[in-house]
Design a protein around this ligand. Sequence first.
Ligand code: ADP
Length: 446
Amino acid sequence: MFDKVLIANRGEIALRIQRACKELGIATVAVHSTADADAMHVRLADESVCIGPPPASESYLNIPRLLAACEITGADAIHPGYGFLSENARFAEILEEHQITFIGPTSEHIRIMGDKIEAKETAKRLGIPVVPGSDGAVTNEAQAMKIAKQLGFPVLVKAASGGGGRGMKLARTAEELDMAVKTARSEAKAAFGDDSVYLEKYLTKPRHIEVQVFGDGKGEAIHLGERDCSLQRRHQKIWEEAPSPALNSETRAKIGTTVQRAMQKLKYRGAGTVEFLYEDGEFYFIEMNTRLQVEHPVTEMITGLDLVIEQIRIASGAPLTLKQEEVTFQGHAIECRINAENPKNFRPSPGKITYWHPPGGLGVRVDSGAYQGYRIPPNYDSLIGKLIVHGKNRNECLMRLKRCLSEFVIDGIETTTPLFTELVRHPDIANGMYDIHWLEKFLQQP
Ligand code: ADP
């Protein structure tokens, strides 16, 4: 096992990882920018190193500074969390070269899955069903038009290096295609420095269903069931649940086994998430995330497994804790992402939290680095915490969530909690009747 782990992240996830390390008896090193000197992950770490000014490029994304922090503190492993360098194959490779363990998959697997075109090809090869689309990148307008007509409009233009919903453009008709390709290309170039794009059939009423997997890197792999993340705004998840209200145990076992076998063939190591769109009883692979996900707690709540501890154990060379037949699912869990944003127009609302009172009680978990008096810096993602509730079944879970939202008090800044109060009362949500477009339509209503 490791003696000391450096956590190359901030906010709630840095704290989450730190908690896992502490329970394993591993010393922790927090890194932070000058904007985060007062952050909870810094306060609670065994050691901390300031790695630069507020811009992420000069701190959390700065590889030489992270290496220096490792050197100074003698950390023998790095956990990258999510975002920042978590899916940077070069970073994983550099750590491999420096004999520092990257708590994650091999740099090779990160690279394959980081290119969405290559990821799709790989998925197909491993027997995973994919969304119909272009075979590889589209290189010119005539070719794009030909493929789009074969697929049938509407089609989605997607960036090969895309992430966070960027570089994705919809073409409803043939007239819109040229423009969609051009905008997707320029957005992708600006955001990722790579303008290759590909086409996919646009699904009109799918759910987003993703399967959590763990591999030991030697050919053994298990799946931990699915999460339904269909409630999205601008292709960004805001509410996630497990199990999905749309699947029965047979469908769950079938897709789970497909993914498990694929990961065994790939000899995948560590935690990963295979994302699908699910429409009319069919699954279509869209991408694989080779890291811990924001929404991992809902899986922890229904399986009882600590996914971060599992990641650390696997990275240290230990075998998987559970065999597939030992994985069991209990009850239902929902996570709401609490963002420091106006709940109507979603404008960021950084600033000082003057009062903070999180809910509690049976089946309630709040993952957050926020506290009373904490000043949220304007430089980063607006996620300030996650409210996770667990219940015997979906109905109990919804009742508990409603109760928790009424208890949660956050003063001084605006947050998205009022939106969840509305959602939890909505009959479509109560009935589990929503697809990936539901929230956008709901938000457009006066
Ligand atoms: P990113 O990596 O940018 O998050 P994804 O490929 O994971 O991109 O897609 C993000 C979201 O975009 C999906 O959850 C879904 O809501 C939507 N989406 C992606 N592909 C399609 C498609 N072919 N049809 C309809 N919606 C899609």
